[in-house]
Design a protein around this ligand. Structure first.
Ligand SMILES: [Zn+2]
Ligand SMILES: [Zn+2]
Length: 107
């Protein structure tokens, strides 16, 4: 899988770890009327996912404490989205490129 933001390639789990360490800022955390939500937008198709964050109790430190984890959850949704929506497309492109380069018969 390709990182949508840089040259990194790897299987889903390392990609997820990569996103969490290199691109945690692609997850937006919005606070509105005391309700917090995170959102992430797919850079390929613009589809966005958002979800309310439900802190246990009214701990004001919740967001700071769990910031990294919240971002990882959001990035997990993005990785799943990339697999579901964009991997098939990529594979088709690669096959087409391969055929263009090597002809139909190469495995
Ligand atoms: Zn990257
Ligand atoms: Zn997408």
């Amino acid at each position: 899988m390709n990182c949508p933001w840089c040259e990194f390639t790897g299987p889903p789990r390392p990609l997820h770890a990569h996103l969490g360490t290199v691109h945690p800022d692609v997850v937006r955390i919005v606070v509105e009327d005391h309700r917090q939500s995170y959102s992430i937008e797919c850079p390929h198709c613009g589809e966005s996912y958002s979800q309310f964050i439900k802190p246990r109790g009214r701990d004001p430190g919740f967001l700071d404490e769990h910031d990294a984890q919240i971002r990882l959850v959001a990035l997990d949704m993005l990785v799943n989205h990339l697999i579901a929506e964009h991997i098939a497309e990529h594979i088709a492109e690669h096959i087409a490129e391969h055929i263009a380069e090597h002809g139909e018969k190469t495995p």
